[in-house]
Design a binder for this molecule. Structure first.
Ligand code: UDP
Length: 315
């Protein structure tokens, strides 16, 4: 296949491109390096991927391909909140531009969506059928509502124009290639613990997340792309994540344990507004349609992640 990957220089995008190249697909990365990094793609360009520096909010080049897998958008709360208008435009205008191209050239269109579409969920765990509980005017809305609008657009292009649309909702994913200053909890805690600094806990640390190791997630996305439309049928939206649920405090304790530190060292900071209290994917649909489930436990995945951050910060 020839696949265009907007956001291919980002954390997840670069892993996905790597997976496509392993299977000998032709890959064109589109990125404007807003949050993506050149170092993530240097080895991929050597392996044959090509790069176009493109901001998907603006008119796009006429490129023929079999599929577009849209992974372009800052995803860490501090990053997407830094320029909220950019975040919303990338999600909504960018997705609209890509959908027009997919429609015109008859391509599969895959959209990286997020567990954030469920907001601060009142249903637990979250199934794809849950409509969510989202503040439309809060500090997270640029991302949450941007991604929700992108899903709406994609489904409307599917229903109205027959585009083969596939949406995957990503739950907290971690692993190598995350930026050390990414600002999300796994990268913050790994970097802080490796530097011997206290771990910054927002609120009391009792909020939960379900952490998926990056290679597990990428396999799910790959299987979804490779699925026949006749198998997917109308299951166009699928949760991808690891259902193992941990409090933020437990995540910190696991990192201390893996580093052999005897004393836990915390710094308590205020909980940001609209921070979801609980989050865990129901992955029965992915199991059924893709025959996929994550294999790597939190402890197993944190080891290579800590090794990666050690190299990033100490060389
Ligand atoms: N968090 C924390 N300390 C940090 C960064 C994040 O306690 O240094 C908390 C944050 O408030 C949230 C959870 O960890 O409850 C996950 O945050 P993250 O930014 O990783 O992603 P989210 O799932 O909120 O998008």
């Amino acid at each position: 296949m020839k696949v265009i990957v907007p956001g291919g220089a980002g954390f997840l995008g670069s892993h996905f491109v790597e997976r496509l190249l392993q299977e000998n697909h032709e890959v064109e990365i589109w990125d404007n390096f807003h949050s993506g990094r050149r170092q993530n793609i240097e080895p991929l360009l050597q392996k044959g991927a090509t790069l176009q520096t493109i901001d998907i909010r603006y008119p796009l080049p006429e490129v023929q391909a079999d599929a577009i897998v849209n992974m372009a958008c800052p995803a860490s709360p501090p990053h997407y909140q830094q320029d909220p208008i950019y975040t919303w435009e990338t999600s909504v205008l960018g997705t609209r531009n890509l959908l027009n191209l997919a429609k015109k050239n008859n391509m599969i269109f895959m959209q990286a969506s997020t567990s954030e579409v469920y907001g601060d969920p009142k249903e637990h765990p979250q199934k794809e059928s849950y409509w969510g509980h989202v503040n439309p005017v809060g500090i997270r809305s640029c991302y949450d509502e941007g991604k929700r609008a992108a899903e709406t657009l994609a489904m409307d292009y599917h229903r109205a124009c027959g585009v083969d649309v596939r949406i995957f909702r990503i739950f907290n994913t971690y692993g190598p290639n995350m930026h050390p200053d990414d600002g999300r909890v796994v990268s913050n805690f790994c970097v802080q613990a490796l530097r011997g600094k206290p771990l910054t806990i927002y609120g009391d640390g009792s909020q939960t997340r379900s952490f998926c190791y990056v290679t597990d997630l990428i396999e799910g996305i790959y299987l979804f792309l490779m699925s026949k439309s006749s198998v997917i049928q109308e299951n166009r939206v699928i949760n991808l994540g690891n259902p193992g649920e941990f409090t933020i405090k437990q995540l910190g304790e696991t990192i201390f344990e893996l580093l052999g530190k005897k004393e836990a060292n915390w710094e308590h900071l205020p909980l940001p507004s609209d921070d979801p209290a609980r989050r865990r994917p129901d992955i029965s649909l992915a199991k059924k349609i893709l025959n996929w489930e994550p294999r790597i436990s939190l402890k197993e995945g944190l080891k290579p992640t800590l090794d990666y951050f050690r190299k990033e910060i100490f060389g």
